[in-house]
Design a protein around this ligand. Structure first.
Ligand SMILES: [Zn+2]
Length: 210
């Protein structure tokens, strides 16, 4: 079946993204992995065209760019992972949007890698990260493991890594469930800000010592 697509950035019919917008995309900045994460690969810098591409996936359910993003995210993942999972959004968000963009990306990445995609985390009810105050964001949401992951090398997929607090919290729950390694593949990562990096490090350190 032929499904016409359009570029989620500029709306032009054809490939998603179109060649012009693809040329405007910038690679994610290399940043250290958040605490508890073995490696953190991201495809795009979350600004300009990259921000449009990923934000529309999140807010307008524009899935035309999912194959493009999944191909790139699979290329930043380390070889040999056993399972792909995702950091779920809040149940309220999921109900409101009708889907979880991280899950959509995780399924597509898993297909490309040829490994299973499994729901492994449950997110405690609470406000979404977007719109929360700085302190609450750095502390991160609370995740619980839905199953054991003994000895597994897990690839955790998320759409955007900002402070790293969300993936650090998810990695912590996966390790408590027995995961041997937790790697992150994100569609985008925000450009580095010293305040962000410093705050997430101290917030996750506080969590780890609790
Ligand atoms: Zn375009």
């Amino acid at each position: 079946m032929f499904l016409p697509t359009s570029c989620p950035v500029c709306g032009a019919r054809g490939p998603a993204p179109c060649a012009g917008c693809a040329a405007d995309l910038r690679r994610a900045p290399p940043l250290p992995a958040p605490p508890g994460v073995d490696s953190c690969g991201a495809l795009l810098a979350y600004d300009g065209a990259g921000r449009e591409l990923v934000a529309r996936l999140k807010y307008r359910n524009a899935r035309s760019a999912v194959p493009f993003l999944a191909r790139g995210m699979a290329s930043v993942a380390p070889p040999g992972v056993d399972v792909v999972t995702w950091a779920p959004t809040t149940p309220a968000r999921r109900r409101a949007r009708g889907f979880d963009q991280a899950q959509v990306l995780a399924r597509a990445v898993a297909r490309r890698l040829g490994v299973p995609c499994r729901p492994m985390l449950r997110r405690a009810a609470g406000p979404a990260q977007t719109g929360r105050g700085a302190e609450a964001r750095y502390a991160g949401p609370i995740f619980h493991a839905r199953r054991r992951a003994d000895g597994w090398r897990v690839l955790l997929v998320d759409d955007v890594v900002t402070t790293g607090a969300t993936v650090a919290a998810a990695a912590r729950a996966l390790r408590e469930a027995g995961a041997a390694e937790v790697h992150v593949a994100a569609a985008a990562r925000t450009p580095p800000s010293r305040r962000n990096v410093h705050s997430v490090l101290s917030a996750t350190r506080r969590q780890l010592w609790k």
